[in-house]
Each structure stands twice: as C-alpha cells, then as structure tokens.
Design a protein around this ligand. Structure first.
Ligand code: BGC
Length: 349
C-alpha cells in the first residue's frame, strides 16, 4: 500500500513555493516514508512485538532538510563523500568543483542531489524518483539522467535501486545517507555490528583518503566479528580514529565476486531488532554521526540532535577515487548504465 501526503513547500530560490509530497510504503512489518526533496528517506518504522519503532532519524519540517547540513536520509551525489580540494582531471581535462567542506568538495557540492526536487512516479509497490543533473552542474561534466526506486521487500526490508546514464564521460558515486538508530534514540555505542570488510581507507585530517588500502586486522575498524560499535568508536588511542573524529571511514568489502551480497548486520541495544545490509556496492562509508549535534535542528518529535546518536552505512565506491590510481573506477561513460541496489532488511524479536 502506498499513500501520498503533502510534506511542505520549498523555500529556497530554485523551487520556491513548490509543494513537496511524501509517500509511505507500508506492509505488516515495515513502514517507509520517502519524499521528493532529495529523494529522501524521512522515516522507517519497524513493527516489533512491543510496537512500531523508528529506526531512521528525520526532521519534522522540510525547512530543516533545506537548511541543515547532515544530509539526513537523502540521496547524495553526484559524488558521495569528498573530492580532494574539489579538483580532478578526466581524459586530460581539469575540473573544479564547489568547495563546501573546509578545503574539500563534499556530497555533490553547494546544491547536491539532496537539494534537488525529484519527480515521483508511483506504481503498485514502488516509488521512483527521477532527476536530471545538467552538464556542468556543480562543476561536473556530462548530463546525468537518473532514477532511484524505493520498494519494500518480502523479507521485511526496504530496497533502494539506482540507475543513471550520461551523455558524456563523468564520475559517479551515488548513495543514501540514512542515519540509523535501532533503539529509536540515544547513543549508538551499544549497538552490535558486524561488517564483511577486510580493508579500510585511512584519511588525512581533512578526511580525504591517503591512498593506502589497509587491512582492518588489529585496528578498531575490524568488524569482521560482531562487536559493539563503541569498541571501535572509542578507540581513541588509534590515530585514524583520532584523525577521523570517530568512525568516518570507507570500509572495503571482502572480495566475494559480483552481485548482491549480505555485508553488514547491526543489532539494537535491546536485541529486539536486527538490520542486515545487502548490496552490490564494493564498500561502505561507516559514519558514527560525529558531526551531529546542531541544536537548531532537533529530530522528529523535538528530540535533541546529538553527536553519535545515529550511524550511517552508506554503501558506495571509494571516496575521492578519481584522484587515486589504485582505487576502484568511479567513471561512467556515455552508452553505459550505472545500475546498483542496496537493501536494509529488518527482523524482530
Ligand atoms: C561523511 C562525513 C560527513 C557527513 C555529513 C558522511 O558521509 O563521511 O564526514 O560529515 O557525511 O553529514
């Protein structure tokens, strides 16, 4: 069942006064609400024996999504994460992107895909958001035509399917920036987590990968056996944790061939919700919400926004890949199609 409701009206200069609709996909186990602005996940409620529980953080008002910096639940791109100094070259041409994060370019720039008003198409069981990013937008080459489809799965999850084509070679790293808290609120440290990643990308103090692809063995980033998030997050004797201000790192999945694989399992502090992440992407940016805490933008229902009270598992490719020869290819050429999907699947006790 899919229902549609007005969420708000845009107040920025680009789409001033336009109405933004939210769509709720619901079955007996899960209720997912997504909206046209940013193709954003507003809410994901899971049905537990003790009642429905919020698992994804959101704001009450559209204005917060327009103004705040956290990219809550949004589709981010054209390049998710950072590009060093906003510079790259592709086929001998140098490109300069908007600098919006210290000295770097982050999540698509001044007006990334999180600020786009996407067009919704609703079918029996899916909501698809479509948008075009013009050639030169935020400094990127090529007209990018894309869609993001949300569906509920029979196994108790929601799936995000991305598609994109370009008319000229470009770079692309789309992901979703949902902030999870399986307890609904509170410090995330007591969630248990397992991630099928045997390597990670250390960063410099501007959070740009140094270029090294390092084994997680013996580091706080080793989640190959289930452990508390706090065990990694609070390892403040580790240089990479200190530099990153916590966990804010790209973890590289173990090589298990092509296709969708189960890559992460997170258990709520009370053990009543288990979330599994399935994806065909090669990496995940595990972000422990270190920069949350902007008091001007409380979460749903007036809950204070607090540092490390939510985490993101942004399935993607390697950040700043275009500037590192040893990183995975992030280019998309004319005639190719970018097709990828990620499912967040919940089970309850
Ligand atoms: C990044 C963080 C950044 C956050 C913005 C994450 O994907 O890894 O460094 O601050 O997005 O909300």
């Amino acid at each position: 069942m899919i229902t549609k409701k007005l969420f708000g009206t845009v107040s920025d200069n680009f789409n001033y006064g336009k109405e933004v609709y939210a769509y709720t996909l619901a079955n007996d186990s899960i209720e997912l609400t997504v909206m046209e602005y940013g193709a954003t996940i507003l809410r994901a409620r899971v049905n537990t024996p003790a009642g429905w529980r919020d698992t994804v953080c959101g704001y009450d008002a559209l204005r917060s999504y327009e103004e705040a910096e956290g990219y809550l639940g949004a589709v981010v791109g054209r390049i998710g994460n950072r590009i060093c100094r906003g510079k790259f070259s592709l086929d001998g041409v140098d490109y300069s992107l908007y600098i919006n994060n210290g000295v770097n370019h982050l999540h698509g720039g001044k007006r990334g895909f999180d600020k786009k008003l996407w067009t919704a198409t609703v079918s029996d069981d899916a909501v698809t958001f479509s948008a075009v990013s013009p050639d030169g937008e935020e400094g990127y080459p090529g007209t990018l035509t894309m869609s993001v489809t949300y569906t509920l799965t029979a196994e108790g999850g929601f799936k995000i399917a991305y598609r994109a084509t370009t008319d000229k070679k470009t770079i692309l790293n789309l992901t979703n920036h949902a902030y999870f808290n399986l307890a609904g609120e509170g410090y995330i440290g007591s969630h248990k987590i397992l991630i099928d990643a045997d390597r990670y990308l250390p960063t410099d103090d501007t959070l740009i990968p140094t270029g090294e692809i390092k084994s997680v063995k013996g580091t706080p980033f080793d989640f190959t056996e289930e452990k508390l998030i706090s065990e990694g997050l609070e390892a403040d004797d580790n240089e990479d944790i200190v530099i990153g201000g916590g966990i804010d790192h790209c973890l590289v999945f173990a090589d298990r061939g092509e296709g969708v694989k189960e890559r992460a399992t997170v258990t709520s502090p009370d053990g009543s919700i288990v979330m599994k992440v399935f994806t065909d992407r090669p990496c995940v940016q595990f972000y422990s919400g270190n920069f949350l805490g902007d008091e001007r933008y409380p979460f749903r229902g007036g809950k204070p926004q607090q540092r490390r009270h939510a985490f993101c598992l942004e399935t993607q490719s390697m950040p700043d890949a275009i500037n590192h020869e040893n990183f995975l290819d992030c280019t998309l050429s004319a005639g190719e199609e970018f097709v990828t999907c990620t499912e967040y699947r919940f089970s309850v006790k």
